[in-house]
Design a protein around this ligand. Structure first.
Ligand code: FE2
Length: 329
């Protein structure tokens, strides 16, 4: 019966785990560049806070140079049970994350499933809180009911990926953007779990079953408290030598003002501000032409913009024709 309970508003993006060999550079990027609170650092991982939660970003040592997992926080045990029932009905395997990994993520306990593209999706209810006062270069980050920022993935199976988030978590489609670049058309769908305009974005190359992006996650986003935070982080990232993939600009759908930097792992990280929250009463999904109202100019051609001109991406895209993409449903 509880399978029919609507989980909308009871799910939020809670943490992101990155796997990289470049822990020191990630520490510089997130602490000195984007302005997060460094919570812990040792040879195997670095961890960051942006609010009361003990952990929001964890970079663990390993070869992937990719997002290794995303954590979804459920409002309460009842909401978690609804998710677990839906997973079981679809025969999606659920495993316990174990105490050591839970501690590293700053949560009491968590469960793990294999999500779209094989990205581990981790489910938890209770986040531990950080003991120390925040010591950040940024004035703050927007979290709360909307969770932290969002994650954008490319997919060759957009319907299956969208179904996963909608059927298991009651995600709603906020809107879509059609972006033409480098001779191809990208269709991007934006899904929300709560008042945040999107927690998940799914991009697909129209008409071609290819995936131009090496990493499972094309970018993740953090939402800063103010335009000044974004401007100062932009300046710091440039001064620290991080490549700016897209300079400051504004998206047409959530009106967020943001820039994209290349992370030490090579995928992009977006820092933004002033994103609207969705008013469910009057919201209708629409379709926009173009990913930016203004700005977001590529400093160097990278990621999406490199689609047709980067031989590596093109080859990877062709290889992706031969490689099946994992989908849990
Ligand atoms: Fe984004």
């Amino acid at each position: 019966m509880s399978q029919h309970k609507d989980l909308f508003g009871a799910v939020s993006l809670g943490y992101i785990v990155v796997e990289s060999r470049r822990l020191e550079r990630w520490q510089v990027f997130l602490k000195d560049g984007l302005g997060l609170h460094l919570a812990a650092s040792d040879a195997s991982s670095v961890a960051f806070r942006m609010d009361s939660h003990a952990r929001r970003l964890v970079v663990q040592h390993g070869p992937a140079e990719d997002v290794a997992a995303i954590g979804l926080q459920l409002r309460d045990e009842a909401a978690l049970q609804v998710v677990l029932e839906r997973l079981k009905v679809r025969r999606i395997a659920i495993e316990d994350g174990g105490e050591a990994e839970a501690a590293r993520r700053g949560v009491a306990r968590f469960l793990r499933v294999k999500g779209p593209k094989g990205l581990p999706v981790e489910l938890y209810v209770d986040a531990l809180t950080g003991a120390e006062p925040l010591d950040m270069l940024a004035s703050g980050f927007v979290t709360g009911a909307g969770g932290m920022g969002h994650v954008a993935m490319t997919t060759r199976l957009p319907e299956a990926a969208r179904n996963f988030w909608q059927e298991i978590f009651d995600a709603r489609l906020s809107d879509e953007i059609v972006e033409r670049m480098a001779g191809v058309t990208l269709d991007i769908g934006f899904l929300r779990f709560n008042e945040r305009h999107h927690s998940i974005a799914l991009a697909t190359v129209r008409g071609l079953k290819l995936d131009p992006i090496r990493a499972r996650v094309q970018h993740f986003n953090l939402l800063a408290a103010s335009l000044d935070d974004v401007a100062q982080a932009f300046r710091r990232c440039k001064a620290l030598g991080f490549e700016i993939a897209h300079e400051i600009g504004q998206h047409p759908n959530d009106k967020e003002v943001s820039f994209y930097a290349l992370s030490p792992s090579g995928f992009e990280v977006e820092l933004g501000c002033n994103a609207l929250t969705v008013d469910e009463a009057g919201w209708r999904p629409t379709s926009y032409q173009g990913i930016s109202l203004w700005g977001h100019r590529p400093q160097n051609a990278s990621a999406f913009n490199r689609l047709a001109i980067d031989a590596g991406n093109f080859r990877r895209g062709l290889l992706s024709l031969l490689r099946p993409e994992y989908s849990p449903i």
